[in-house]
Design a protein around this ligand. Sequence first.
Ligand SMILES: [Zn+2]
Ligand SMILES: [Zn+2]
Length: 189
Amino acid sequence: MTPPMPPQLARLPRSGSVPVPWTVQWSSGTEHVVQRDSGPVLVCTCKAGKGRPYFGTPCVNHQRRAMQERRCTICGTHVGSEQACTWPLADTGTRYYFEAPAHSECLAFALRSCPKLASIAHRSYVVEARDYTVWERRAIGTSPEGLVFEMTPLGEPPSGVVELFALTPIDPQFTPATQWLADHARAPH
Ligand SMILES: [Zn+2]
Ligand SMILES: [Zn+2]
């Protein structure tokens, strides 16, 4: 059974018949560092819908905007302050989330229709929170293992290149994904 698609998802560019989440990077652009008044920032030049989508790789522009403006990682529209933010999660001990929040109806659709998410739903959790704290992940140097990152609260004086943002949910509630989906099917809101 194909679950009904929330209308805000029908407007997204597609890969085949699958709507491509708003924060996914596309092959039509590249990343480079620009100097801003606030310090160096990694920016991306991709155009959504142009080229191929890199599922699993966030566009740094859209990822930061979604984190900072409380936009849904899937549909790209605002998650209202009266609505819960939701995330799918494998490990409840995770401190920093690199996925922007999602509307519960967008996440429910993704959990039911995305083969990858559906296949791990039995061992995943859905996290719900009213709000979250935003962090900047900055590249501050290199080591033999690769780039070295530092997490700093949003807007602190610059050190290193601002790359992705991260967030920490405030007072999160964890529900096994299969149970959350069953509850959500009974009481959509
Ligand atoms: Zn991009
Ligand atoms: Zn959404």
